[in-house]
Design a protein around this ligand. Structure first.
Ligand SMILES: Nc1ncnc2c1ncn2[C@@H]1O[C@H](COP(=O)(O)OP(=O)(O)OP(=O)(O)O)[C@@H](O)[C@H]1O
Length: 228
């Protein structure tokens, strides 16, 4: 089954003279784990924004988890995003005044679907996920997120993306702040948890050493119809 289906995807940032995205077609299958590579400025983050419905891409076809994103109002896109997508960014965007566990349960506060998929107490689910990702210290789990190291914040961001088993996890260079050993270990954990949640993963990275962990690698320059 296809989880992401893009057809004739074009996008030009306001004021730019050429489109940054010009993609004839791209599919991501259910449970597939794909690495997206491309030079800096080639449009990788822009592509994730189009898939997440953060930017509008008129006259393009973007289907995610069976829904035509372009057919949704802004409000429905926000609802769709929290119901069906897990997002991990380069900057982890944790709420510093909440604890690690409270950050992880946030999607369940905003999405009944994610809460139902947890099928029990979201706090317990958050603690389980954080434990799987190697965070078990109760003081860390219940203390403010502002007290966490970069590597710990990244695990919290991953658990927040995965809670309630979204169909798709989009990760934008989440390993860029980590050393070589920590990068590989984090990707392995992320893939294991995506498998457990039956989530597809589109993972942006420049790092060729991580390629071996994924089902396939897609070069944005090859997808993009000669815009670069
Ligand atoms: N909000 C925005 N407004 C206008 N132009 C933008 C905006 N965001 C990105 N761009 C432009 O779109 C192009 C692609 O940026 P994008 O961040 O998608 O690339 P990237 O491949 O993710 O880069 P990097 O690997 O450096 O993160 C760049 O030229 C950038 O300046």
């Amino acid at each position: 089954m296809t989880t992401i289906a893009l057809k004739s995807l074009h996008y030009c940032w306001p004021g730019a003279s050429t489109p940054i995205l010009d993609i004839a077609s791209f599919d991501l299958q259910s449970r597939e784990k794909v690495m997206l590579r491309g030079p800096s400025g080639s449009g990788k983050s822009t592509l994730l924004s189009a898939i997440a419905g953060v930017i509008e891409v008129p006259q393009s076809s973007v289907h995610v988890a069976g829904t035509d994103i372009g057919g949704l109002s802004g409000r429905d896109r926000d609802r769709f995003r929290v119901d069906h997508l897990g997002l991990i960014f380069q900057v982890f965007n944790l709420l510093p005044w909440l604890s690690a566990v409270e950050n992880v349960t946030l999607p369940c506060r905003f999405s009944a679907r994610r809460r139902d998929k947890v099928g029990g107490d979201p706090t317990k689910a958050a603690e389980r996920l954080l434990g799987e990702l190697g965070l078990t210290d109760v003081n860390l789990l219940n203390g403010p997120a502002s007290a966490l190291s970069i590597g710990q914040q990244q695990r919290v961001a991953a658990a927040r993306a995965l809670i309630g088993s979204p169909e798709v996890v989009l990760a934008d260079e989440p390993t860029s702040a980590l050393d070589e050993e920590a990068k590989g270990a984090f990707v392995e954990l992320l893939l294991k948890e995506c498998n457990a949640a039956s989530s597809s993963l589109l993972f942006v990275s420049h790092d060729r050493t991580l390629e071996k962990h994924f089902d396939r690698t897609v070069e944005l320059n090859m997808l993009n119809g000669g815009t670069i």
